[in-house]
Design a protein around this ligand. Structure first.
Ligand code: GP9
Ligand code: MN
Length: 400
């Protein structure tokens, strides 16, 4: 109702952070290419397996990008769809089920809608059935103009593995679709090959499997390596076609690929005695890159952040104010941003602490510490989640 919304607006205003003046509008009028990277977690970045880099292309690209090394996924059961929702709305998905199914009819004022109204052409490219995750319905609520689903791709046995079209073929076939769009465009790509159960043909295996008791973790490395290879090919093709220079790139891992069921194998790979609850939270980090061709200021950023922060970040890079938009994240580049993020299960992370399952951990010692150290953040963590939930359950943005 109205007064509930007033409170939420006040909360939003208190938490709003001004953008960095030097970056505000830096990508105005450029194409925006968003890459949702299936099941990619940060623990593989700049790591090797049997002496081979797992993500050689991304490791290089990170040096020419803003790379957020403490960026967390905030998804729950809605997996990819939760990540899409977080990025589009700067609201949290549900703590169970998927908001893509339960609240597809709400008003959202989502990023695609904002950009469509700002004369962008907005689309999603993903080689799956359009109704998967109820995308065909939800994408309309989010304001996408077009969804290039499996029917836009030539998919057959030879170019498929696991869940469907292989990433390299997906990107290759997407070039033509990109070129069919009016500029500037905002287009999100959702990759597929690095999806559980991480199947891959022998011809695409560029790195060994890991050797542990978990076939899942073992197979994860070759499929991550393949996705990295497909991305490299995509960037090469974008350069060849002259698309690269006129675009900016936002790339992130959508959610974890390796669940806690594989902790023993994971502890072998990380060379740790065991995977603690602290480690489990830290393993929820996913890569996040902002790559602006020709830009000189690219650097590593340590700010603790999450998918909730992507919407204001993109808006500000494109020169669009976000002050009057209801959001629970803040611009990753905002000079005054608070280094903080809350996960959907209520765990939260700051520069110095990790709170999870009722325990406060010091990042420095990785051990339990006084609960008092985490207490100052309890209220914010709780309000971020509950206010966001109120908006979704009450469809409150229809009043705004
Ligand atoms: C399916 C793909 C994978 O279209 O996005 O979904 P997920 O299982 O990761 O949520
Ligand atoms: Mn996914």
């Amino acid at each position: 109702n109205g007064s509930e919304m007033e409170e939420i607006i006040d909360y939003r205003n208190e938490n709003y952070k001004e953008p960095d003046e030097d970056l505000f509008g830096i990508a105005e009028g450029k194409n925006v290419i968003v890459l949702s990277l299936e099941s990619l977690q940060s623990f593989v970045i700049n790591e090797t397996l049997d002496g081979e880099e797992i993500t050689p292309f991304l490791n290089e690209l990170i040096n020419e990008s803003y790379y957020f090394e403490n960026f967390y996924h905030q998804t729950a059961q809605g997996k990819t769809s939760d990540s899409e929702f977080l990025v589009a709305t700067s609201l949290f998905g549900r703590n169970s089920g998927s908001v893509f199914f339960t609240h597809a009819g709400n008003s959202y004022n989502a990023l695609p809608e904002i950009l469509t109204n700002d004369s962008y052409f907005t689309s999603v490219m993903h080689a799956n059935n359009k109704s998967f995750w109820n995308r065909d319905v939800m994408y309309q609520s989010l304001g996408y103009q077009t969804y290039f689903d499996i029917n836009s791709y030539d998919v057959h046995e030879e170019n498929s593995v696991g869940w469907g079209l292989k990433d390299k073929d997906f990107f290759e076939q997407s070039i033509e679709l990109l070129q069919s769009q009016p500029e500037p465009y905002y287009t999100k790509f959702i990759t597929l090959t690095n999806h559980f159960p991480f199947e891959l043909g022998e011809e695409d295996r560029l790195i060994n499997e890991f050797d542990s008791n978990s076939g899942t973790l073992n197979r994860y490395f070759p499929t991550v390596r393949y996705m990295d290879y497909a991305l490299e090919h995509f960037f090469d093709r974008l350069k060849e076609e002259g698309i690269y220079e006129d675009s900016i790139f936002i790339m992130y891992g959508d959610h974890y690929g390796i669940s806690q069921n594989h902790n023993r194998a994971m502890s072998m790979f990380l060379e740790k005695e065991e995977i603690t609850d602290f480690d489990t939270v830290q393993l929820q980090r996913v890569p996040m890159l902002v790559h602006i061709p020709g830009h000189k200021g690219h650097e590593l950023r340590e700010t603790v952040s999450g998918q909730i922060d992507v919407k204001p970040t993109i808006m500000h890079l494109l020169g669009i104010e976000s002050k009057y938009d209801i959001q629970f994240g803040s611009d990753l580049f905002a000079p005054e941003r608070e280094s903080f993020t809350v996960l959907r299960d209520g765990s939260f992370i700051t520069d110095d602490y990790v709170f999870t399952k009722g325990v406060c951990y010091s990042k420095e010692t990785e051990a339990e510490t006084d609960i008092e150290s985490c207490e100052p953040y309890f209220d914010k963590a709780n309000k971020d989640l509950t206010n966001s939930d109120k908006i979704i359950y009450g469809d409150l943005l229809r009043f705004y």
